[in-house]
Design a protein around this ligand. Sequence first.
Ligand code: NAI
Ligand code: MG
Length: 358
Amino acid sequence: MTSRILVMPGDGVGPEICREAVRVLDVLAADHGLDIELDEALVGGAAIDVEGDPLPESSLAAAREADAVLFGAIGGPAWDNLERAKRPESGLLRLRSELGLFANLRPAILYPQLAHASALKPDVVSGLDIMIVRELTGGIYFGKPAGTGRTEAGLREAWNTMRYDEAEIERIGRTAFEIARARGHRLCSVDKANVLDVSQLWRDVMNELAGEYDDVELTHMYVDNAAMQLVRAPKQFDTVVTTNLFGDILSDAAAMLTGSIGMLPSASMDANGKGLYEPVHGSAPDIAGQGLANPLAVILSVAMMLRYTLDRGDLADKVEAAVGYALDRGLRTRDIMDDETQIASTQEMGGAIVDMLR
Ligand code: NAI
Ligand code: MG
């Protein structure tokens, strides 16, 4: 069956990196039997400039129709004077919530060729390959009641509520168990069950699910310890599952272990395997239009799309291997350059991946 992929390049470096990702998809379709149909839609600043709306109805409708969305990047000083709801970033937030994408997948992978980029010692991080699964639509960012007021004594006060029901925990748990099953068969659930009732429920539901996945080893860790372990010995982790708030913090920390923002892909998924795939980085207005942007984050996002939505893990492996070969050959965009390597442009890097796949 033909899968429909919607490409939403956005603005800044988004269009130039997405161009390389589309070349990768094209060669997979032409030479490796990938059955896809590509469409494109405006989002972010590019949509504001044309239609005055960061997520026009036609773009949202196209995203709903698609099996997967490949998203570039959005945002920048050109639109910073607009009110918050009209800025590029609100287009992405609205897209995620309209599509019901409750599972955020953030791998932290450090290619051995780039071990020097990490702030940690090479032997601690070289070959790192962690997957953090963050719940994205619940928890303290959305819990009610939330608000601000005054205490009886007249002091300003504010409150938010960390709340999950068992169905919300179960669906993110299932996503995480399935991912762990397809990776290293180890799942670490991160909570604060020694203090929070909501964490105890989280832990109970994860333990109940574990019965259905006896090929996956489930462990639990308190979030403060997890933060420590992530920096001390990150390679002990395989797949990690956690709440919205804890995942926000831990996934950024894990990403920075790799030290290379231009290399980090991500996915946000619904319960049916539909996903929005995007690089972790933003629109990098400081380098946009100069051929300096690293296209590997979005190309690795294509690999995630192949694995998690298109059911072509074989092609995902090929794309990731091609990235490894390109790095072996010394190809480097400016963000991952060192003294021994020469600078490659966005297009040269994309072209190298395409050549290897061909
Ligand atoms: P950024 O990720 O765009 O850039 C941070 C630094 O990393 C810059 O020095 C940039 O040149 C560099 N960088 C980013 N991607 C790169 C790549 N592919 N290759 C080489 N270097 C790269 O974050 P920043 O500067 O904080 O935000 C810029 C704009 O992007 C803002 O408007 C922000 O709101 C937006 N943004 C959008 C995101 C998205 O589209 N999902 C995520 C984060 C920020
Ligand atoms: Mg964050």
